[in-house]
Design a protein around this ligand. Sequence first.
Ligand SMILES: Cc1ncc(COP(=O)(O)O)c(C=O)c1O
Length: 385
Amino acid sequence: MSSVPDPPPEIPGLQCVAIGKDSLLYRKPRDPPTNPPVVDMRSDTVTKPSDEMRLAMLEAEVGDDVYCDDPTANKLETRAAEILGKEAALFVPSGTMGNLISVMIHCSGRGDEMLLGDESHISFHEQGGSAYLGGVYSKIVKTLPNGQLDLDDVRRRIQTIDDPHFATTKLLCIENTHNRKGGRVLTPEYMEQVAALVKGRGIKIHLDGARLFNAATALKLPASKLTECVDSVNVCLSKGLGAPVGSVIAGSKDFIAKARKLRKALGGGMRQIGVIAAPGLIALEKGSKRLQEDHDNAQLLATGLAKMSELGVQIDISTVETNIVNFYVIRDDMKAIDFVGSLEKRGIKMLVCGDVWVRSVISCEVTKQGVEFVLENIRALLAGK
Ligand SMILES: Cc1ncc(COP(=O)(O)O)c(C=O)c1O
């Protein structure tokens, strides 16, 4: 039963924005949106915690998590394991640490190697940490435009015979959705093919599922259907799901026991983490159920951009499957960097990924009106207005 007064008492200059079990959350009324409004499409990592999350942080029960005493973190881990269909789960500070821990556990011997897509986040955006922190050699395989690994290339590169010339393949990493390939989705059928390729050869599969719930939403499947074939999975709470911080990794009890130990060695033993696990739980339970809205907005953006081919915009809308929209600005007078710089002056933020390549990502911070504003401004900018 709630112990807070109902209705909440009025406090001059403040607004009650959330009512909890034992707390009321007040804050100054938000400033009206700037004119022009800022629409941040650089990434889905830019989301800010909702009032519900901030209230949950305020009310979170906490304990020392290094002693497994934080009830909120324990609850998050139990729910994550259930939702991801694994025996156990662990809350980690970031997706990068979740991937690193997983790689280091699966490739724990000297001379172990992993097969890694050339365009994967682990290979491209994690500083090669698995090599310099984990001592793990990456053998690079080709990534296809749809985010799948080229399985012929994988087959050729697997090395399990006992021969002093070779490292031993112990791990294969896949990514769903695939970040650099524009949020492309791996299907359960493809994952079964991957699993069949490594079966009986002593090779584990790690899934970098930073955006796994986007894939599950696109396929209209429970996330657990996409983890059946893998030994471990990393899922980010702090991307489209909207939490301010953190990821979860999931796998067998034995894997998670090792992961908990390794997390501490890497500096990720976090003590009273209930305050950040609480918004993580909301992200997992509720954030995962609203992603279709982001995908619809991504479609709106992509179809709007496709109508600007005469202005030099190139996009293949059939590749937009989730919340990431990659497109290309092909003009003599403007490179991607100029385009993005000019958009920023109009309050719109996107990322430059190459000479002509622009990346935009939809999250709960971007509304349908926001997308319409972006489309209007891109058209005006490219038409020289
Ligand atoms: C596919 C993928 N994996 C891992 C990560 C790393 O997550 P974090 O930024 O929490 O370290 C990201 C971040 O963008 C990502 O896109």
